[in-house]
Design a protein around this ligand. Structure first.
Ligand code: MG
Length: 359
């Protein structure tokens, strides 16, 4: 099999309210891979909030696409290495990491279709029923928005809900978390997300005020670049730390693991250099008794969690309009069933490109 063409473009997807209070839209950088055997692979990276998506597409189009054209798409490992080693002066983090990810996801989609297997089974499945947590709790929500969202996910059967704690006042954050916890009752456990906004001391103060609330995890306490500070927080607080959505490659995750900087790792398949690298990160985490709960894009991440014995939850943010994908996996009883479709199983809806394409 040979790759004959790769078409890339950016889709801009308006967010529903109230998510739009925080981010008016998200963007997808899409790469459609064509082959000489009538198999087509869909790769995409979700650029949350949209910033930099056009740069991701430019890097993919000008530097990575030429590496893949004419090659056998089933040699995913070799093609991943070639993409990763393209432009040694540009590390595959940030913009370049998203670009490698979109193509790696597309290559695996081709491989799954060629094998006629869903990806989790191609990788040696562990489970096809993946628990999800409802995620949101954006800082501009009123307390009633917040509770309404949490209850919406609980009504879908989700046993976990995650909210942001972005108020400058640690006590105000505690008050919001307690209000949601009270509304949800004992059957739903909660996580909180700092989104890199505090320093070490600020986290120690904040976490101390939340320790009695039986939280599953305390997420991304410090700037994602500062692995030492994350480790310091993880060692000092009594809530397990989760991090990784803004970390890249097995090397950075190895450092997090060796520092014992988190009990849960959250690689993003659209950032961390695709399915290939996320699986490597997952296996590395298993050697350190650390669970993996990938960041967003649950429709893709399901396959990763479904292939790992140390997979935990997928992050469910209900934001996609019904005319973007042919069919999103449905959340039933708090779980997603991985459908028996070859590849990752996602396809753009008819008309979606015409409607949402912006470059
Ligand atoms: Mg987060």
């Amino acid at each position: 099999m040979k790759i004959t063409a790769i078409d890339s473009f950016v889709l801009t997807i308006p967010n529903p309210r109230p998510i739009a209070l925080e981010f008016p839209h998200h963007k997808l950088v899409v790469a459609e891979i064509s082959t000489d055997e009538a198999i087509r692979g869909l790769g995409y990276s979700l650029v949350f909030g949209g910033g930099g998506a056009e740069s991701v597409q430019a890097y993919l189009e000008t530097r990575l696409k030429p590496v893949l054209i004419g090659e056998d798409p089933l040699y995913v490992e070799r093609l991943w290495e070639r993409m990763f080693r393209t432009d040694r002066g540009i590390r595959k983090q940030g913009v370049a990491g998203y670009a490698v990810s979109a193509l790696d996801i597309g290559l695996w989609d081709v491989a799954g279709k060629a094998a006629n297997l869903p990806l989790h089974k191609l990788w040696g499945a562990y489970s096809d029923r993946i628990p999800a947590y409802g995620s949101g709790g954006w800082p501009k929500y009123s307390e009633s928005d917040l509770i309404a969202e949490a209850e919406k996910y609980a009504a879908m059967g989700c046993r976990y809900y995650k909210m942001k704690i972005h108020d400058p006042s640690a006590r105000a954050n505690r008050k919001r978390v307690k209000a949601v916890k009270k509304a949800l009752g004992a059957d739903v456990r909660m996580m909180v997300d700092v989104n890199q906004r505090l320093d070490v001391l600020g986290n120690l103060r904040q976490a101390a005020l939340l320790e009695d609330l039986d939280l599953v995890w305390y997420e991304e306490p410090v700037l994602a670049d500062d692995l030492a500070a994350c480790a310091e927080v993880a060692h000092a607080i009594r809530i397990p730390v989760a991090t990784g959505e803004n970390n890249y490659t097995r090397y950075e995750f190895r450092d997090l693991l060796e520092r014992r900087a988190a009990r849960y790792l959250m690689p993003d398949v659209c950032r961390a250099n695709g399915f290939s690298e996320t699986l490597r990160i997952g296996h590395l985490a298993a050697a350190h008794q650390v669970a993996v709960s990938p960041h967003v894009v649950h429709e893709l991440s399901l396959h990763v969690v479904g292939a790992l014995a140390n997979g935990f939850l997928v992050e469910f943010i209900d934001w996609t309009p019904p005319d973007l994908f042919e069919e999103m996996p449905r959340c039933e009883d708090g779980h997603f069933l991985i459908r028996n479709r070859p590849g990752h199983g996602m396809a753009l809806a008819r008309g979606a490109v015409e409607k949402y394409r912006t470059s």
